[in-house]
Design a protein around this ligand. Structure first.
Ligand code: IVH
Length: 674
């Protein structure tokens, strides 16, 4: 634009158009044309321009996704057309019956054309666009009235705030679309790992995570979760007509909405069955949960004739995938004590193979759940795995004989015999003994884990012995261990004792984020620890920070701020941290100058060993620079990092033409130089 003087208004408009387009290319089509750094530059230009000329700021500006302040409660939204539900077909026979029923109803001998789609297991929402602008986003609710979650929906990057005008066609006056908000699976695994580390209850499955994220009163929290959406059906549309489901899907895609590329036109009911077979295999490769296939009569005219019965359309059906379930015997119900003393019941199972792995434990979550499902030792139960999630007990299929008594939460800690506290109306039970060996074991395990002090060789069995023999009573005792003490433990030779001492010594030189994470403060996981480390340069400064100050740190909410304060208000913890601070050589964490997100959205696959860092460290650095890690190479992979002795992933990358980086290139990229 050199030489041309643009008015600020024009410039803002041009930037907004560019940003909208690149957002669409990136989040909807998955075909970015510019680098993330270029995108950020454009966004910053627009932000600066809008800051200088606030009157130019429009509600649908790409800078305004996370605009709204937290609300007290969601308002209600009436759907102009009810959001119906789908009837189910249980097996291929019922699918054939569905097809036959439609032909009978329409008195047709011809094959019916269907659109077959993946049934996404997320949260149903409705988006309303008025004159091309996102006016409302709401949940399904009871189908007639939903909740107004507009501010949260706006934070989902694949939801356009403004529709794109398709060529040779006007935008509809009113466009209502329905779709499914999903929580991508890999991001879900990461979120849960982080929550477990921070001693927060993990989400049971991606669906709950999507629902929990969308129903946040503070849109900032929603914005921090990588939600995505697929639009799958029309609501009320005024001003442009579509004649069929297929036309609708293509049409709204052109307007910038994200639709599932796996949807397919099927010339007959038999073709839908084929699609179901294919998708039953493919579902495991998808980065989102899919629980079946939806078949919809393609023609809207035929849909109209078919109408609906009992709140389900006659023209559509859901054919669920077969669940990943197995039956096995519950040997016992045991209680595990967590780091902060919370008691979790676990079902010990007769080992059983399920979706490729052997399962011998299943989570029972809490006492309420055990009561609701009436699970007892000796019963045979149905176990299910949903995606990568911890298996859980669906229901009891055969009661034990004679039947065991109802499971009771212990009154005393199974580890230390100390008192168990249970607050009326709460589901959780806690062991409040700060010296409980189980709590100590969990604390040490966490402190020594890869994302904390990363003490190689300090495994579970060893930790148990150290605690049992009273060698480690506080975290800092780890650094006072001697080779003789360790060599005296079971299954420890002099050599392994020396190795462990060396690993402990190495771990003393660490970074502040690792130490903060390692303390195991409730609600403080890897990410939060990093933000705290960037803000407070030493443990001493962090210890002094008041709740207000903590709240002003990026991504730290009230729960975390309160919990950090509570942790440091406890004299025993303060003393332990002070002692640690003396023993450790802690480097501060700097925020990289050129934006932390140098790898924003880039997908990486690692193969082979690296010289300058461990695999774990490499993953950590990619994630903290905003990148993603995938297990397998696909066309969507941006970079394969190949170290020594790379595996078949390197060949695959070369076949697909994916960019391969050696260790040097990778380091440069991390530094933001490439
Ligand atoms: S069509 C009346 N298509 O399943 C038909 N629904 O029981 C409207 N769902 O809550 C739904 N994937 O949100 C349709 N490809 C898909 C779907 C889908 C998931 C959800 C939907 C609704 C439930 C229907």
């Amino acid at each position: 634009m050199a030489g041309i003087v643009e008015s600020p208004g024009k410039e803002a408009e041009r930037l907004r158009e560019q940003l909208d387009r690149h957002n669409y290319l990136y989040y909807v089509l998955d075909q970015p044309e510019i680098t993330d750094a270029e995108y950020d530059r454009l966004l910053r230009q627009l932000e600066a321009l809008e800051a200088a000329h606030p009157e130019l700021r429009t509600p649908d500006s790409p800078t305004q996704r996370v605009g709204a302040a937290p609300s007290e409660k969601f308002g209600a939204v009436a759907h102009r057309r009810p959001m119906l539900s789908l009837a189910n077909a249980m097996d291929a026979e019922e699918m054939a019956e569905f097809d036959a029923r439609i032909k009978r109803f329409l008195k047709s001998d011809e094959e019916i054309e269907y659109v077959a789609e993946v049934k996404l297991d997320g949260l149903a929402v409705e988006l309303v666009y008025e004159d091309g602008r996102l006016a409302t986003g709401s949940t399904r609710g009871d189908g007639v009235n939903g909740e107004d979650v507009t501010a949260n929906i706006r934070t989902i990057r694949s939801v356009p705030l403004k529709l794109i005008k398709p060529p040779h066609q006007a935008l509809p006056k009113l466009l209502e679309v329905r779709g499914e908000v999903i929580f991508p699976r890999r991001a879900f695994d990461r979120l849960n790992a982080e929550r477990i580390r921070a001693d927060e209850a993990p989400f049971a499955n991606p669906r709950n995570a999507a629902a929990g994220s969308l129903r946040q009163l503070d849109p900032k929290v929603t914005a921090s979760r990588p939600l995505d959406i697929f639009v799958h059906s029309p609501g009320l549309i005024e001003g442009t007509g579509f004649d069929s489901q297929w036309e609708f899907l293509q049409g709204v895609r052109q307007m910038g909405l994200k639709v599932n590329p796996l949807s397919r036109i099927c010339a007959s009911g038999a073709a839908v069955l084929e699609y179901w077979n294919e998708m039953s295999e493919k579902r495991h490769e998808l980065d989102y949960e899919a629980d079946g296939v939806v078949a919809k009569v393609n023609s809207f005219a035929l849909q109209e004739r078919l109408g609906e019965v009992s709140r389900s359309p006659r023209w559509a059906v859901a054919y669920k995938f077969k669940a990943q379930q197995a039956e096995t015997k519950v040997r016992a119900i045991e209680v595990q004590v967590g780091r902060i003393g919370s008691l979790t019941p676990v079902a010990k199972l007769e080992p059983v193979a399920l979706a490729g792995v052997t399962i011998s434990n299943a989570s029972l979550h809490n006492l309420d759940e055990i009561r609701r499902k009436d699970i007892r030792a000796g019963d045979t139960a149905l176990i299910e795995r949903a995606g990568d999630v911890i298996p859980y007990v669906v229901r009891v299929t055969k009661k034990g004989h004679p039947r065991a008594d109802e499971f009771q939460m212990p009154r005393h800690c199974p580890e230390c015999g100390g008192a168990i506290v249970h607050e009326e109306g709460e589901v959780a039970y806690f062991c409040v003994n700060a010296n409980c060996p189980a709590r100590m074991r969990e604390s040490i395990r966490h402190f020594a884990s890869k994302t904390a002090l990363d003490i190689d060789g300090l495994g579970d069995k060893l930790v148990a012995q150290l605690v049992e023999r009273g060698l480690v009573k506080e975290l800092d005792d780890i650094f006072r261990l001697t080779a003789e003490q360790i060599a005296g433990l079971e299954r420890m030779a002099d050599k392994s004792a020396a190795n462990l001492i060396a690993a402990i010594e190495r771990s003393r030189h660490t970074t502040l984020d690792r130490v903060i994470n390692g303390l195991g403060i409730r609600h403080v996981g890897e990410h939060t620890a990093r933000q705290l480390a960037i803000r407070f340069r030493t443990l001493g400064e962090l210890m002094k920070a008041g709740e207000e100050e903590l709240l002003s740190v990026r991504d730290i909410g009230e729960e975390a701020a309160r919990s950090i304060r509570e942790y440091f208000d406890e004299p025993r913890n303060r003393r332990a941290v002070e002692r640690l601070a003396e023993l450790l050589d802690v480097a501060p964490v700097a925020e990289p100058a050129e934006g932390r997100d140098v790898l924003r959205g880039k997908a990486f696959v690692l193969t082979g060993g690296l010289e300058t860092m461990t695999r774990d460290e490499a993953e950590r650095r990619i994630l903290s620079a905003g990148g993603r890690i995938s297990a397998a190479v696909s066309r969507k992979t941006d970079f394969v990092v190949a170290g020594a002795d790379p595996g078949s992933k390197l060949r695959k990358a070369e076949q697909l033409g994916v960019k391969v980086l050696d260790e040097r290139d990778f380091l440069k990229l991390l530094e933001g130089e490439a």
